[in-house]
Design a protein. Sequence first.
Length: 345
Amino acid sequence: MTALTLGLLALLVLGALMLVLAPLRQGASPDPDAPERERLEQERDRLYDELRALPEEEPAQRTRTELEQRAARTLRALDALPPAPSHRTRPGWLWGGVALAAALVLAGSVSFIPRWQLGGLAADEASSVRTALTLPALARRAQQTQQASAYLAWGKAAFDAGLYDQAASAYASALKQNPQQPEALRRLGIILLTKEDGSGQQTVPNDQAFLLIRTAAQLAPNDPESQLLLGFGFSRYGEDQLALAALERYRTLNPQGRDADDLISAIRARQNQTDPGAQAYASNCASCHGASGNGGVGPALRAAGLTRDTIAAVVQHGKGSMPAFPNIQGKTLEALVTLVEGWQK
């Protein structure tokens, strides 16, 4: 939260407190009828005293009647006056309640309000904003300690926030401390591989950058991100089959991950236009065995242990509930068998 925001918040809180406390700060209201009220009260008390002092004998009855009438008129005059203003003192708990309310407002200003500011953002956008707010502190810590772990934390935060130049600097510093850090290798590699030139156009593939990604995949082959970025790298070089293999490996390691879906779809669309085997599979096999051979209505074809001859025989003659496709012949059959055979590895 900026100093300007804090200043405006303080002014709002101060104004609200002034409005709330205004009735409490007011003194007792003046009583314009006080002199008349005091005179009538004194007259009432005097008449009561005289009535109490009268004897009970018959000669005093006339005087008693006159005094009672005067007392009644005095009481009616008192009743006709407006009520006197209250002179009650404010209880201590009331001021304590005001202090507690002020403390709650102050606590809310530094805890809830920042959350409200992020409330209008999507979850990933809010996470990116929170991450970006930590970057200055992470950068200072890394530069002060010169530790690889600190540089990695800084690089991860910058990468997640989309600040790739800052992430590249942090990961490069981390690799100086530990040249075999897989996360730093693959993320620095993908940043350099996809870096744009000054005109906003992507540069030609960077062999050194791709080498970083491949090295990371060799060091951490079971890390989903290693396979994901390796697939992206192969795709940049036009190696669609190798890219698909890496991206499918990513899906196996991270079944909930969706980061590879668009690229896999794009590669398969390209293959369907140029590869007769992929075209034949998409037209005749994908509806049962899945677009990637992972199974659906029919069994999975990946790692099924099928030989070329078995694949060709099943396609030509069918097996079990699978129908035969005798129209798939020649080079198209060879290409389809090669495609499915590649999935066995």
